[in-house]
Write a protein that binds this ligand. Structure first.
Ligand code: ADP
Length: 330
């Protein structure tokens, strides 16, 4: 058995980046096999690492679960739950904090970016923003995870998880499986349509460059048609020199299964490319939107999925975390 674990943060509405970089792979991977082979978590504790509104976090957590179900995750064939429902995550996180070094956390790129942003906004930097990758390591290690399907932006955090697992195992005896990250071949990093040098992230304030999974078709089309490109002639896939165009080609390739470099050869201008990208994205998201509308009408069913998911998750994580407590001397 290969166990997969992955998570999504309820800090905003799910984006096209989340879908192409992660969720679509989750759905594909949980199509066969047993329910505890694939473990997917809405990581609500991670949403508290930055300024947040309690009611909004609660609402977005449920909405994320509903969107995941709408995207095709079958709760009979995977374990889907909320992180805060399973105490093992925070129990293990503390042990891993005792394994990690302050310096290695301060080096994390996401920490540096988000800490700088929080300071700019005058919010102060929460200690949990620094320790967040350790909690993420606990999320992964508690399930004896083999593979973590994530976008490129999470590569560094999975590396840290591996380091912590190896260190713990060497010091206290074999306890954790050492996981590895897997990335989709295309669209591992979907960029913001208005600022194609930064990733499309759900927590951004400016939303014109972000396509949300539940955006109406007209809204998707408008955002894509207004995407920032460049004034060079022709259409070429060059992530360095022409990031806006490369992003559109990557998105089109991810939606249609083509190759971004080959796709570029079929266009002479951005108008036609944008029209095709908009259409491909709208068609890909249409069934997700429709199914979401049905599921959102029955919030009780979502709560039930979460209860079952948490029980299943606990049954996997508890013996692993108990063993770690024993190994470390408690
Ligand atoms: P966000 O940055 O949107 O808050 P999360 O941290 O919740 O994302 O990540 C959920 C999953 O979606 C992760 O596997 C992450 O790698 C992936 N992901 C997030 N943004 C993108 C993006 N722009 N392109 C590709 N994958 C992404």
């Amino acid at each position: 058995m290969t166990r997969i674990f992955s998570g999504v943060k309820p800090t905003g509405h799910l984006t096209l980046g989340n879908y192409l970089g992660a969720v679509r792979q989750w759905v594909a991977a949980s199509g066969e096999g047993r329910a505890d082979d694939a473990v997917y978590c809405v990581v609500d504790l991670h949403a508290l690492t930055v300024e947040h509104d309690p009611a909004r976090v609660r609402r977005l957590s449920r909405q994320a679960v509903t969107v995941l179900l709408a995207a095709g995750l079958d709760p009979q064939r995977c374990t889907l739950f909320l992180q805060s429902h399973v105490d093992e995550h925070t129990r293990l996180s503390y042990l891993l904090e005792c394994t990690a070094a302050d310096g290695e956390l301060r080096r994390m790129i996401q920490y540096r970016e988000k800490a700088a942003k929080a300071q700019e906004a005058g919010d102060g930097v929460r200690l949990s923003l620094l320790t967040y990758p350790v909690l993420m390591a606990a999320d992964i290690l508690a399930y004896r995870t083999d593979e973590v399907p994530v976008g490129e932006d999470q590569r560094q955090h999975v590396e840290l998880t591996r380091d912590l697992a190896v260190r713990f195992n060497q010091r206290y005896g074999p306890t954790f499986t050492v996981p590895k990250a897997t990335h989709p071949a295309v669209a591992a990093r979907v960029m913001d349509l208005q600022d194609p040098t930064s990733k499309m992230g759900k927590s951004h304030d400016a939303t014109a460059g972000i396509v949300y999974l539940l955006d109406e078709p007209e809204v998707v089309t408008r955002k894509v048609m207004r995407a920032v490109t460049d004034n060079e002639g022709g259409v070429v896939h060059d992530r360095e020199a022409r990031p806006g165009a490369a992003n559109l080609l990557d998105i089109l390739a991810a939606c249609t299964g083509g190759d971004p470099v080959e796709l570029a050869a079929g266009y002479s201008g951005y108008g036609a490319l944008k029209r095709d990208v908009a259409e491909a994205v709208v068609e890909m998201l249409r069934p997700v939107r429709e199914r979401h509308a049905e599921l959102a009408a029955d919030p009780g069913a979502v709560e039930k999925v979460l209860r079952t998911g948490a029980e299943r998750a606990r049954a996997i994580a508890r013996p692993v975390v108990d063993r770690a407590y024993e190994a470390i001397g408690l």
